[in-house]
Design a protein around this ligand. Structure first.
Ligand SMILES: Nc1ncnc2c1ncn2[C@@H]1O[C@H](COP(=O)(O)OP(=O)(O)O)[C@@H](O)[C@H]1O
Ligand SMILES: O=C(O)C1=C[C@@H](OP(=O)(O)O)[C@@H](O)[C@H](O)C1
Ligand SMILES: [Mg+2]
Length: 172
């Protein structure tokens, strides 16, 4: 199977660019684009922040797992932007990985902080007392566990990241 016969799944921290780069990559490659955060919102009839305001963060992770397992991985192939917490679902990630190339958008903590100034209100599914540093450390290991490719390119413009991603995918 060549890469373009697989889906492309983007994982990484909130603010790493999964949604921004995902849609650009899909356009460039002529693929469909799916953002699992939007699927969660439509399924629950609430925004992610409303879901987190009214429920434990583990509820959001459970809904996310159901959504990941329901993504249609058959034709047409897609670029799939996941939420930052998707990697807590081992079954969801193993399902996506069977049909996809998984790319970790690895952005360092300083750049993430520049991109996310509303850590407490951004709707991050984390333990209430968990710091950003601790969350990044915990998740970095999970992103690496599931990724086939890692892109560390925080100094590039989005269009340059897309070019780089296309190069990396074509080498898989
Ligand atoms: N090189 C880059 N790649 C991706 N996003 C970038 C880049 N530089 C700045 N940004 C900004 O960072 C933010 C990324 O947010 P988003 O795409 O929602 O990330 P995620 O879906 O991973 O949470 C956007 O505001 C985007 O404009
Ligand atoms: O990291 C997280 O815990 C989350 C990230 C969000 O997606 P993005 O990573 O696209 O911001 C979204 O899935 C939800 O609000 C939880
Ligand atoms: Mg997103």
């Amino acid at each position: 199977m060549t890469t373009y016969q697989k889906n492309i799944v983007l994982v990484g921290m909130p603010g790493s660019g999964k949604s921004t780069l995902g849609v650009l990559l899909a356009k460039e490659l002529g693929l469909e684009f799916v953002d699992t955060d939007l699927l969660i919102q439509v399924r629950e009839g609430q925004t992610l922040q409303e879901i987190l305001d009214q429920n434990d963060y583990l509820f959001l992770r459970a809904v996310e797992e159901s959504v990941l397992l329901e993504v249609d991985c058959a034709e047409p192939k897609k670029v799939i932007a996941t939420g930052g917490s998707a990697v807590y679902s081992d079954s969801g990630m193993r399902y996506l990985k069977q049909h996809s190339v998984v790319i970790y958008l690895n952005v360092g903590i300083e750049e993430l902080r520049r991109r996310i100034h509303n850590y407490d209100a951004r709707g991050i599914a984390r333990r209430p007392d968990q710091s950003f540093e601790s969350l990044l450390e915990e998740r970095d290991a999970l992103y690496k566990k599931y990724a086939d490719i890692t892109l560390t390119a925080e100094t590039l413009m989005p269009s340059e990241c897309v070019d780089r991603l296309i190069q990396l995918i074509s080498n898989v």
